[in-house]
Write a protein that binds this ligand. Structure first.
Ligand code: PLP
Length: 465
């Protein structure tokens, strides 16, 4: 194949695009009243950590798209790998007894990178479908073992696990559970989230962990004991729920309860894997826990192709694969193991290895963290928190009491609007701005983010006076 060159930017009539978008594209999380007035901003091109909008304005995208742009946008090498595969074999049926080389190679590579006995992979189209797959796999596994009553799923308030029916029900963000939508309520339950900044008054970190662990044990008892509980879902660091880094010991103790009670531990690493915290998978490498199931998406292809993976253990596979059972795993998607998406993931991993991007995250991450922390001297910054390339700023109306601004004030959005005007994209989630830039970020980029964010927060404070 001839080498691919960067194309000249394709021109569109953006007034028309805006009209078409408004009239026909229902966006994820569209806020109807606002959208009707303002519509959406077309993004035209991207390279590395930078994007350009339809008016030619250039931004540093500190959100990495949606926590997914890990190797940076617009890499020729990625385009070549995708084009090569699309021309050689653009699609192959993955059902029952056919396969393709990129899917098999990627499954083997993931088994190599994943911790312990996690050696099996089910491919889907993104994070939500991978969570849904885990949900179905868990029930299948428990039924195969004859544990037909072991069906309850336990998750946490403010967790985000995606947007299919099951994934959104497992998630626990109050804002994502509006009354107009329905949810699975009989078998999915939520515990408190491990946010020490908002822990009950008077508790130290250790007491807070004891309290959360007790709550888990109480919930298992309330549901009728361990024979009724199938699995516990947790992100190693909660992402959309506010970049919540749990206090020391929390994840290990929750994991131990799962082990002691034959409850599967599902680690949702859709955001935390593939380098965001400086590791392939953070569960074992950073937090020293060995999950039974790991969910991956986003950084798996750095967003170049839609792909998700549900990784699971030899122990689970052995139950499914019992000889003579005549079972069929009646679950799957037309695009499970899509050859082009898997080829993109393989090239993405190769680039991360070759450029030692995990090493860059370990080197620049602490500087990012430390520089962002300096914003805590501002009167409306309650807390800056995160690990390496996954960070968040929380705004408060009163630092003493940690009282929040009224939601209608949309403080995060006000700050991110000022940042937009200064060429910096940060993601507003009500009282927060979250950041998850590409893993190629440099110290100079960090300095730009932090100084721009400071100016944007100061401008917001001036507006509120
Ligand atoms: N799990 C986590 C932790 C996520 O952050 C997300 C998306 O942000 C998902 C699952 C869902 O992934 P997707 O949007 O690819 O379906």
């Amino acid at each position: 194949m001839n080498a691919i060159n960067k194309p000249t930017v394709k021109q569109y009539d953006y007034d028309k695009i805006r009209q078409q978008d408004k009239a026909h594209f229902l966006h994820p999380w569209q806020v109807f009243d606002v959208f009707r007035e303002e519509g959406a901003l077309p993004i035209v091109e991207g390279s590395g950590n930078h994007i350009v909008d339809a008016d030619g304005k250039r931004y540093f995208d500190a959100v990495g798209g949606l926590w997914c742009n890990n190797i940076g946008l617009g890499r020729v090498e990625m385009a070549e790998a995708i084009a090569q595969q699309a021309l050689q074999l653009s699609y192959a049926n993955p059902f029952v007894d056919m396969t393709n080389a990129p899917a098999a190679e990627l499954a083997a590579k993931l088994a190599e990178l994943a911790p312990g006995s996690i050696n099996h992979v089910f491919f889907s189209c993104g994070g939500s479908t991978s969570v849904d797959t885990a949900f179905r796999l868990i029930h299948y596994y428990q039924n195969c073992r004859g544990k037909h009553d072991k069906k309850h799923i336990i998750s946490r308030i403010n967790a985000y696990h995606g947007s299919t029916y099951a994934a959104m029900s497992i998630g626990g963000k109050p804002g994502d559970h509006p009354p107009e939508f329905d949810f699975i309520k009989d078998t999915i339950h939520h515990l408190s989230y491990p946010n020490f900044y908002r822990a009950p008054a008077g508790m130290d970190e250790q007491q807070f962990v004891d309290h959360l662990v007790q709550e888990f044990e109480d919930k298992i008892a309330e549901l009728g004991g361990a024979d009724k509980v199938a699995a516990f879902f947790a992100e190693p660091v909660m992402g959309a729920g506010g970049v919540i880094v749990a206090p020391e010991g929390y994840l290990k103790r929750m994991h131990q309860i799962c082990k002691d009670n034959d409850i599967l531990y599902v680690s949702d690493e859709v955001v935390t894997a593939f380098g965001r915290l400086g590791h392939w998978f953070a569960s074992k490498e950073r937090f020293d826990i060995q999950p039974d199931i790991i969910i991956s998406a986003k950084g798996l292809t750095s967003g170049y192709q839609p792909l998700g993976a549900t990784l699971f253990s030899d122990e689970i596979f052995a139950v499914l694969d019992a000889e003579g059972s005549d079972r069929c795993f009646a679950h799957g998607f037309t695009y499970s193991g899509h050859p082009v998406a898997c080829a993109a993931a393989l090239k993405n991993i190769e680039i991360m290895e070759r450029e030692q991007l995990l090493g860059n995250v370990k080197e620049i991450g602490p500087y990012f963290e430390q520089q962002l922390k300096t914003l805590e001297d501002l009167p409306i910054v309650g807390q800056v928190r995160g690990i390496n390339f996954m960070q968040c700023v929380e705004y408060v109306a009163d630092k003493e009491t940690k009282a929040l601004f009224p939601e209608a004030l949309d403080i995060g959005k006000r700050v991110s609007n000022h940042a937009d005007a200064r060429g910096l994209i940060t993601r507003a989630i009500v009282h927060l701005n979250v950041m998850s830039p590409a893993l190629t970020m440099t110290r100079k980029d960090v300095d730009f983010i932090v100084s721009t964010l400071r100016e944007s927060i100061e401008a917001t404070m001036a507006d509120l006076r």
